[in-house]
Design a protein around this ligand. Structure first.
Ligand SMILES: C[S@@+](CC[C@H](N)C(=O)[O-])C[C@H]1O[C@@H](n2cnc3c(N)ncnc32)[C@H](O)[C@@H]1O
Length: 262
C-alpha cells in the first residue's frame, strides 16, 4: 500500500471507438480469452477477499490487504498497469455507502461508474436497483477484477468498458459516479468539461465521492457542488490513507444550488 502511492502517474486517454459496441467484445475477452484467464488467476493469487472494514462491509471485494505480496512489493514487479483497482479508495467507499443507503438514487436508472477500479460503486449501484450499469476503467485488469467482484456479490457480470470515454460524445446515462477521480489536475480538467457536456446534452446527474484531497478542494468544480453526505472513515482506512478522516459525497450540477432534485 505504501508502495502504491508511488504509482502517481496515471495512464493517458485512449480513443473511444464505441462504448456499447465494445462492451460485449470486451466482456467476452475478459471472461474467456487466455489472457483474461491468466489475469484472473493472477488476481486470485495476489489479492484477498476484503471489504469488511470499509464503509460498505456488505460489499465483498477482491483487493490488496496487508497480507498480500504486492502490498509492500516493489511496484515494478507488478506485471500489469499500476494496480489502482486493488485499493478500495475512500471516495469510492463514501459514494457506494450513499447509494446503498439511498436506493432511490439508482433505482431503474442507467449508471456509469467512471474510473471504476475494483468495481465497488458499480456493484453498489446494481445492488441498489440500477437497471443498467457500465463500469469504465482504462485498466483492463480492473475490468477482470470487477467481473470477479460481481460474482462475489452474487451479481451477473456488469458491462465493463476499458477505453477512456472522457471527451467522447456523451451517452445518455442517467447517472455518472466518480469515486476518488480528482487526484490529477489534467484528468480533473478534462473530466469537468466532459461532465458539463453530459449534463447539458442528456440531463445526466453526477455524483462525486472524495475524501478532501487537495486537488479536489482547489478545483473550480467545487463551487458547483452540493454536499449530500459525509462519512467518518473506519480506523484502518484512516491509517491506510495517511490521516484522512472522512469522505464526502457531492452532487455536481453547474446550475444548481441545492441537491434536492436528485
Ligand atoms: C483512485 S482510483 C479510484 C477507483 C474507484 N473509483 C474507487 O473509488 O475505489 C482511479 C481509477 O481511475 C482509473 N482511471 C484513470 N484515468 C481514467 C480514465 N481516463 N478513464 C477511466 N478510468 C480512469 C484508474 O485506472 C483507477 O482505477
Amino acid at each position: 500500500m505504501l508502495r502504491l502511492l508511488k504509482y502517481q502517474k496515471y495512464a493517458s486517454v485512449k480513443t473511444l471507438v464505441s462504448v456499447f459496441k465494445l462492451t460485449n467484445r470486451q466482456r467476452c475477452f475478459l471472461s474467456s480469452s487466455k489472457s483474461g484467464e491468466y489475469i484472473r488467476r493472477f488476481i486470485l493469487e495476489n489479492t484477498e477477499i476484503a471489504g469488511e472494514h470499509s464503509l460498505t462491509p456488505e460489499v465483498r471485494l477482491r483487493i490488496f490487504t496487508p497480507r498480500c505480496r504486492f502490498w509492500r512489493e516493489r511496484p515494478e514487479l507488478w506485471p500489469f498497469d499500476d494496480p489502482y483497482w486493488a485499493i478500495y479508495w475512500p471516495g469510492g467507499q463514501a459514494l457506494s455507502r450513499y447509494l446503498l443507503d439511498h436506493p432511490g438514487v439508482c433505482q431503474g436508472r442507467s449508471v456509469l461508474d467512471l474510473g471504476s477500479g475494483c468495481g465497488a460503486s458499480a456493484i453498489a449501484a446494481k445492488l441498489s436497483g440500477a437497471a443498467h450499469v457500465v463500469a469504465n476503467d482504462i485498466d483492463s485488469v480492473a475490468a477482470v477484477a470487477t467481473l470477479m467482484n460481481c460474482e462475489l456479490n452474487g451479481l451477473e457480470p456488469l458491462a465493463c468498458v476499458t477505453d477512456s470515454i472522457i471527451g467522447s460524445e456523451p451517452h445518455g446515462f442517467d447517472l455518472i459516479l466518480l469515486g476518488d477521480m480528482f487526484y490529477d489536475e489534467a484528468l480533473a480538467a478534462s473530466l469537468h468539461s466532459w461532465l458539463d457536456r453530459c449534463i447539458k446534452t442528456h440531463g445526466t446527474k453526477v455524483l462525486i465521492g472524495d475524501p478532501g484531497r487537495a486537488q479536489f478542494q482547489e478545483h473550480g468544480i467545487r463551487r458547483f457542488l452540493h454536499q449530500l453526505a459525509q462519512y467518518e472513515l473506519p480506523e484502518s482506512i484512516r491509517e491506510e490513507n495517511y490521516g484522512l478522516t472522512c469522505s464526502s459525497v457531492w452532487y455536481y450540477n453547474p446550475e444548481l444550488t441545492t441537491g434536492e432534485d436528485l
